[in-house]
Ligand binder design. Structure first.
Ligand code: G3P
Ligand code: CA
Length: 292
């Protein structure tokens, strides 16, 4: 067990900057996070970009762009990299205030203005910034089940990591455990983490591009260790609702470390520190840093 858990900024410092942008990464680094987490998926023309959702609507201005009106609901894989790079991925943060940090005054007006025009980064840009900062990053490969990129996305991610010579500063994770087995074969030096979540209310198992991802109602430490072994991953990345102190200790005894997500409230952060998890993935890295 670490004396302190790793402070892992979820999609960057996403409570105070637009998620999955270089601005959010820089802010997380300034907040003294130990590393950041990002999501990556393929564009229509096969480039890796950093974005969480299947579609561009929530985190860009695509819905305001008349030339793209006929492409609603704007799936990421229906757009080329050039088109995606023309979008504003920063202004929405000040407009939607997703964590209430704009209304509360925690985010300065000058910062909100500076987010305007922020681009969706390519994975390579995100890796380059991480390397420049001598920092670390958790690259979550989003599921491409049923899409053209399903067979190639891991290879593309590995190629980017190799090109940037960042095997030692990247942690690869996915809910699609086949990608982790592929990564183990293609880039054994980079550590891997098996993501697991509980089913959404009323949804027995995910469909569409998330088909085949790791979703379970409950998880014993034995089952979690078996899941890690099958996914060729030293780390387990569970939703926080799976955890109690006994589970964390038992999995640690089996040689696996836990980075838990997404932990935000002071009470939950404190509880996860007490459980002795290896790392905490949080939208509020400054809050966690102040606590540690
Ligand atoms: O990697 C932890 C967490 O980010 C997984 O869920 O939906 O936020 O990508 P999600
Ligand atoms: Ca993620």
């Amino acid at each position: 067990m670490h004396a302190h858990p790793l402070n892992i900024a979820h999609r960057g410092a996403r409570a105070h900057a637009p998620e999955n942008t270089l601005a959010a990464a820089r802010l997380a680094h300034a907040c003294k996070a130990d590393m950041w987490e990002l999501d990556t998926c393929l564009t229509k023309d096969g480039h890796l970009v950093v974005i969480h959702d299947d579609t561009l609507e929530r985190t860009t201005d695509v819905a305001k762009r008349s030339e793209f009106a006929d492409r609603a609901p704007w799936p990421v894989d229906a757009f080329t990299l050039e088109e995606i790079r023309s979008l504003d991925a920063g202004s929405w943060f000040g407009e939607k205030d997703p964590f209430g940090t704009v209304a509360s005054g925690e985010v300065a007006a000058a910062d909100i203005a500076s987010f305007k025009g922020e681009k969706i980064p390519t994975l390579e840009e995100a890796l380059r910034l991480t390397k420049y900062l001598a920092w670390r990053v958790n690259v979550e490969i989003k599921s491409h089940s049923g899409l053209a990129g399903h067979a190639t996305v891991t290879r593309e991610v590995v190629a980017s990591i190799k090109k940037m010579e960042m095997e030692d500063s990247v942690l690869v994770s996915s809910f699609q455990h086949v990608y982790l087995r592929e990564a183990a074969a293609l880039l054994p030096a980079a550590p891997r983490a098996a993501l697991v979540e509980k089913p959404a209310p009323g949804v027995a198992s995910p469909s569409g591009r998330n088909a085949g991802t790791a979703v379970v109602v409950s998880l014993t430490a034995e089952e979690a260790a078996a899941m890690c072994a099958t996914a060729k991953s030293a780390f387990l990345h569970p939703d926080k609702s799976f955890l109690d102190a006994a589970f964390v200790a038992a999995l640690r005894d089996k040689g696996h470390a836990i980075n838990v997500w997404t932990v935000n409230t002071p009470e939950d952060l404190r509880r996860m520190v007490e459980y002795g998890v290896h790392g905490i993935i949080t939208d509020f890295p400054a809050r966690l840093h102040a606590m540690l």
